[in-house]
Design a protein around this ligand. Structure first.
Ligand code: ATP
Ligand code: MG
Length: 691
C-alpha cells in the first residue's frame, strides 16, 4: 500500500482505526473493532476513512454494509467516502462509491433485507410499513375490537399501549418487567395488554403490514435461523455502524448474528451522547461489545476534538463532568479562542426570537452563511415563536425533526393510495381512503375491507363489490384508479399522476386552500422521481421522511441559503459554526417530562452536552426568564417564571460569558426565585398551546 495523502491527515489513533486489519489481503475482514470517543473527535470522519480505505485496498463496495442514524447521515457519509477515494482512484472513485449500495439506517436496511428474503420467512414481499401514527391507529382499532376502551374507561391510551409494546419488543424484556420499570400505573392492565398485543400482532400479519419495530424484530428472527443467518451475513464482508450508543439490544443482537465472531465488524460511538434510552437504546451495547468476542475486540479511543474552540469545549466538558456515570475521557483541542460561550438572559420568548434573528443577521454580515448556523431546542414546539419571527423577516429555514411534510393530511392520503394499491390488506390505509368517498363511513369501510381481505385477489374482489349508496361516480373512479395502479401501465413515478387526478376533486370539495395542497402533491411527485420503484419510495419515506420547511411547499432549493432549526435529537452527529440553544431553563431542559428518575435526568444532561458540542466557533445558550401561558384554569392567562437549567450550576458560570438582552438589567436569581411562586410545568403548558 503506497503512502496516501488521506492517511497523513489523520492522527495516530484515527489512523490505527482506519488501518485496522490492513494486513488482511484485498481489504478482507479483520477482527472486531470498537472506536469509543467523545463528541467531535472525528469518529464519523474516521469511519468514512475506514470505508474508503477498505475500498481502495480492494474490498468490494457492494459487500460493505454501513449503518448510520439517519438517511441524511448515510448520504453525507457516501459523499465523504467518495471524496476520500478520489484522492487515490481519481474519477473512478464515483463508480466504486456508487456501488456502496448498502448504506442506510438500521430500519431501512432491515426493510430491504426482509423484502429480499420474504419468501423464505413466510412474508408477502408486498408488505407495507406503518409509521408511528398508523401503528397507533391500528392499536386503537384493535383495542376497540376487544372492547377494552369501552368496558375499562381508564385503559391506557393508544399511544401508551404502543409505547409499552415497543419498549418490550426493543429491549427484549418481558411485559411485566417493562410495566413495573417504566409504566407502573399500567400494571393493573397486564392481562388485557397481553391480549391486546397478541391481537395487534395478528392484525398486522393478516393485513400484511409491518411497523417500525417489526423491521428489527423480523430481521432478528430471520437471523435466528442458522442457514438464513449465514446467507444474510455472508452477503457482507464488512459491517460498520456509527452512533452505536443509540442502538438497542435487538439491534446489537442482529449485528452479532450478522457477524458471529465479529470478523469485519466495526462500531463507533460515545457513551456521553447516549440520548435514545426512551427507545430502549442502551450504552451497554458499547460497553459489552469488546467482551462479546473471543479474542475480544480491539478498542481505539480518540481524545482530540477537532470541532470546537477550547472555550466551548471547556464549558461542554464542565457540563458532562457532573454526570453520574461516564466512560469516555475529557477531550482537548488546539482551536484557541478568546470568546467564551454566551449564556444570554432574555425577558421572554419574543425577545429570545428577536435576539436570535439579530445575531444571525449580524453573523451573516460578517460572511457566515445561514447554513453555517443552527438553532437547537429540546422539543419541537419550542421553536414556534421563532418560526413566526423568521417568516416575518423572510429568513428561509428548514426544520429537522419537526412536523414533517408527510404529516399533512393530503400527503398522507396520497401515500395511503399508493400503499393500498401495493397492499390492499393494509387496513389503516384502506380506512383512510374509503372514507374520502362520499357516502362511505367507518362501518361501510370496515365491511368492504373485511370482504376483500378474505379474497386471495383483494383488488379484483373490490371491483366486484356493488357501489355503496350515495357514492355516485366516485366509487367507479376509485376502483378504476386502483386497477390502473395495479396493472402498472403508467409506470413509476407517473402512476402518482393517476392517483392525484383521482384525489384532486376531493381536495376541491373539502379544502379552501386546495391549490396549495395540490402544489404539495406535485412536489411529492417530484420527490418520488428520485426513487426507482413505488415500493422503495414508500419504504424510505415512511422510515425517514423529509423535513419541514419554511417555504409553503417544499424544500428550498439546495443551492439556496437557509437556516437550520432542529431538535437536539435530530442534530446528532452534525456541526455548525454558530449554534443557538433555545429555552435553556428548567422545565425545558431537563424537560418536565424527563425528571421522573435519575436515569431520565442524566439523559437530559447528555442532551445538553450533545447540543453544546454541535458548535464550532460560537455558542449561545438562551434563558428566557418568563413564559406566557394561556390560562387553563381559574388563574387565566399569566406569566410564569423559569430558572436557568440545573445543568449549569453557579460553579460552571466561569465557563460562560453571562449577558442579557436587550440591555435592560435582568432579574437577579434571588428576585426571580421570589417571583417563582408556583412550581410550573412549562412544557405541558406549551404543549397545550398546540392542542
Ligand atoms: P460526533 O460525536 O458529534 O458525532 P464525531 O466524533 O463523529 O462527532 P466528526 O464529525 O467525524 O466527529 O468530526 C468532527 C470535525 O472534526 C469534522 O469537521 C471533521 O472534519 C474534523 N476532523 C476530524 N478528524 C480530523 C483530523 N484528523 N484533522 C482535521 N480535522 C478533523
Ligand atoms: Mg459522528
Amino acid at each position: 500500500m503506497p503512502a496516501v495523502a488521506y492517511l497523513e491527515k489523520l492522527n495516530d489513533a484515527q489512523r490505527r482505526a482506519v488501518e485496522h486489519g490492513s494486513d488482511v489481503p484485498k481489504g478482507g475482514p479483520a477482527g472486531p473493532l470498537l472506536v469509543i470517543a467523545g463528541a467531535g473527535s472525528g469518529k464519523t470522519n474516521t469511519l468514512a476513512h475506514r470505508v474508503a480505505h477498505l475500498i481502495v485496498s480492494g474490498a468490494d463496495p457492494r459487500r460493505i454494509l454501513l449503518m448510520t442514524f439517519s438517511r441524511r447521515a448515510a448520504s453525507e457519509m457516501g459523499r465523504r467516502v467518495e471524496r476520500i477515494c478520489s484522492q487515490v482512484l481519481g474519477p473512478n472513485a464515483g463508480i466504486m462509491t456508487d456501488a456502496l449500495a448498502w448504506a442506510g439506517t438500521f430500519h431501512g436496511i432491515g426493510a430491504r433485507l426482509l423484502r429480499m428474503y420474504a419468501e423464505q420467512i413466510g412474508l408477502d414481499p408486498d408488505f407495507t410499513i406503518h409509521d408511528r401514527e398508523d401503528s397507533a391507529d391500528l392499536m386503537n382499532l384493535t383495542r376497540h375490537e376487544l372492547g377494552f376502551s369501552k368496558t375499562e374507561s381508564r385503559f391506557p391510551t393508544k399511544g401508551t399501549c404502543l409505547a409499552i409494546y415497543s419498549r418490550a419488543v426493543n429491549s427484549e424484556t418481558p411485559l411485566d418487567e417493562v410495566l413495573k420499570a417504566h409504566f407502573p400505573w399500567c400494571s393493573a392492565w397486564e392481562k388485557q395488554l397481553r391480549e391486546l398485543f397478541a391481537s395487534y400482532v395478528e392484525a398486522k400479519q393478516a393485513q400484511n403490514v409491518l411497523d417500525y419495530d417489526d423491521l428489527l424484530l423480523y430481521w432478528a428472527q430471520m437471523m435466528s435461523e442458522p442457514a438464513l443467518a449465514e446467507d444474510v451475513g455472508g452477503r457482507f464482508d464488512h459491517v460498520l455502524v456509527d452512533e452505536y450508543q443509540d442502538t438497542n439490544r435487538l439491534q446489537s443482537s442482529i449485528l452479532m448474528a450478522m457477524k458471529p465472531g465479529g470478523r469485519g465488524l466495526t462500531v463507533v460511538g460515545d457513551d456521553a451522547q447516549s440520548i435514545y434510552s426512551f427507545r430502549a437504546a442502551t450504552i451497554r451495547n458499547i460497553l459489552d461489545f469488546p467482551g462479546s468476542f473471543d479474542p475480544p475486540a480491539d478498542i481505539v479511543t480518540l481524545d482530540r476534538n477537532y470541532r470546537s474552540t477550547n472555550t466551548i469545549l471547556a464549558a461542554a466538558n464542565g457540563v458532562i463532568e457532573l454526570a453520574r456515570e461516564r466512560f469516555t475521557k475529557n477531550l482537548w483541542t488546539e482551536r484557541q479562542s478568546e470568546e467564551r460561550p454566551r449564556l444570554v438572559a432574555v425577558r421572554d420568548e419574543t425577545e429570545q426570537a428577536n435576539y436570535i434573528v439579530e445575531k444571525i443577521l449580524e453573523n451573516r454580515e460578517t460572511g457566515m452563511t445561514l447554513k453555517q448556523q443552527a438553532v437547537l431546542f429540546r422539543a419541537s414546539h419550542h421553536s414556534g415563536p421563532l418560526e413566526v419571527e423568521l417568516t416575518r423577516r423572510n429568513i428561509p429555514f428548514v426544520k429537522f425533526g419537526g412536523l414533517k411534510f408527510l404529516d399533512s393530511a393530503h400527503v398522507k392520503d396520497m401515500l395511503a393510495t399508493l400503499r393500498f394499491a401495493q397492499n390492499p390488506r393494509d387496513r389503516v390505509a384502506g380506512f383512510r381512503l374509503m372514507q374520502l368517498i362520499p357516502g362511505i363511513g367507518p362501518q361501510t369501510a370496515g365491511k368492504i375491507l373485511d370482504a376483500i381481505a378474505a379474497d386471495p385477489e383483494p383488488l379484483a374482489a373490490l371491483q366486484e363489490i356493488p357501489a355503496p349508496p350515495r357514492s355516485g361516480a366516485d366509487w367507479p373512479a376509485f376502483v378504476d384508479m386502483l386497477a390502473s395502479l395495479k396493472q402498472g401501465t403508467a409506470g413509476w413515478p407517473s402512476e402518482i399522476g393517476l392517483a392525484r387526478l383521482w384525489y384532486e376533486p376531493h381536495l376541491d370539495r373539502v379544502h379552501e386552500d386546495a391549490e396549495t395542497r395540490k402544489a404539495d402533491l406535485l412536489q411529492l411527485e417530484q420527490i418520488a422521481g428520485g426513487y426507482t420503484s413505488r415500493e422503495r419510495f414508500l419504504t424510505e419515506l415512511t422510515l425517514d421522511p423529509p423535513d419541514a420547511t419554511s417555504a409553503e411547499s417544499g424544500t428550498p432549493l439546495l443551492d439556496e441559503d437557509y437556516l437550520i432549526l432542529s431538535t437536539i435529537h435530530s442534530a446528532k452527529g452534525q456541526e455548525w459554526r454558530s449554534v443557538f440553544l433555545l429555552n435553556c431553563v428548567d422545565g425545558c431542559i431537563p424537560s418536565d417530562l424527563g425528571v421522573g428518575s435519575t436515569a431520565e435526568i442524566e439523559e437530559e444532561r447528555r442532551l445538553l452536552y450533545v447540543a453544546m458540542t454541535r458548535a464550532k466557533d460560537y455558542l449561545h445558550l438562551i434563558t428566557p426568564q418568563r413564559f406566557f401561558v394561556h390560562g387553563q384554569n381559574a388563574q387565566g392567562d399569566r406569566h410564569v417564571y423559569a430558572a436557568r437549567t440545573r445543568f449549569i450550576p453557579a460553579t460552571l458560570l466561569q465557563f460562560f460569558e453571562t449577558t442579557s438582552w436587550p440591555v435592560v438589567a435582568p432579574m437577579s436569581d434571588a428576585e426571580r426565585q421570589a417571583r417563582h411562586q408556583v412550581r410550573i410545568d412549562v412544557t405541558a403548558r406549551m404543549r397545550g398551546m398546540w392542542r
